[in-house]
Design a binder for this molecule. Sequence first.
Ligand SMILES: CC(C)(COP(=O)(O)OP(=O)(O)OC[C@H]1O[C@@H](n2cnc3c(N)ncnc32)[C@H](O)[C@@H]1OP(=O)(O)O)[C@@H](O)C(=O)NCCC(=O)NCCS
Length: 179
Amino acid sequence: MELLYETPRYEDEEVVLTGYGLADVDDHLAGEDEETARRFGWWPKRSTAETVVAAFGVWAQDWATAGSTRTFAVRDRRTEALLGGCELRRHADKPCTVSYWTAVQQRRKGVATRALRLLLAYATDEGIVDIACDVAVDNVASRRVTEAGGFSRRPTPYTDPDGQAMVRYTLHGAQLPTT
Ligand SMILES: CC(C)(COP(=O)(O)OP(=O)(O)OC[C@H]1O[C@@H](n2cnc3c(N)ncnc32)[C@H](O)[C@@H]1OP(=O)(O)O)[C@@H](O)C(=O)NCCC(=O)NCCS
C-alpha cells in the first residue's frame, strides 16, 4: 500500500506500526464509533472522509517537519489490515503524552496493549524519559491499557475543562521498555 508518510517500523508477533495511506480512509472511518468520538472530544460530531484525510495530512506533515505529533497506524502484521492507531505527542512545557484507538471491530483482542508497548519502545529510542497519559476515570479499557504499559496512576483524580473526571498516569525513565 502506498503510504502518505513513512515511520520507523516497530512490530511484535501480531501487530506492526506504520504510517497511514489514503487507502486507509474508509477503514479508519468504519472503525470509529460513538465511543471513539466521545473519548477524543469531538462528539456529537463524527469524522468524515474529509476530516480523516485532513488528519492524515497533519500527521504526515508532523513527521516531515519534526512537529508535535508522531502518529502511527496499527496493522495486522500478516495481512496489513488496519486495526487502530496510536500517537506520541510532544508538548513545549510538560511531558510527552500518548493516546491510542482500536477500530470498533477489533477491540478486546489486545491490539491497544500491543500498540502502546511498541509506541513506548519508539519513545525510548527517541530518548524520551517522561511520558503521561490522561484517561477518563470511567474509561476502564484505556486504564487497563496504560496499566499494562507499566504506567503508574497518580492517586488524585482531577476534573478536566469539560467536567470529566480524569486520572493521570505517568511513566519515567527506567520503567520504559527497550527494543
Ligand atoms: C481504549 C481502547 C483503545 C482499548 O483498545 P483494545 O484494543 O480493545 O484494548 P485491549 O484489547 O488491549 O484491552 C486492554 C484491557 O482492557 C480490557 N477491556 C477492553 N475493552 C473493555 C471494556 N469495554 N470494558 C472493560 N474492559 C475492557 C481488556 O479485557 C484488557 O484487559 P486485560 O489487560 O485485563 O486483559 C478502545 O476501547 C478504544 O479505541 N476506545 C475509544 C478510544 C479511547 O478511549 N482511547 C483512549 C483514550 S486515552
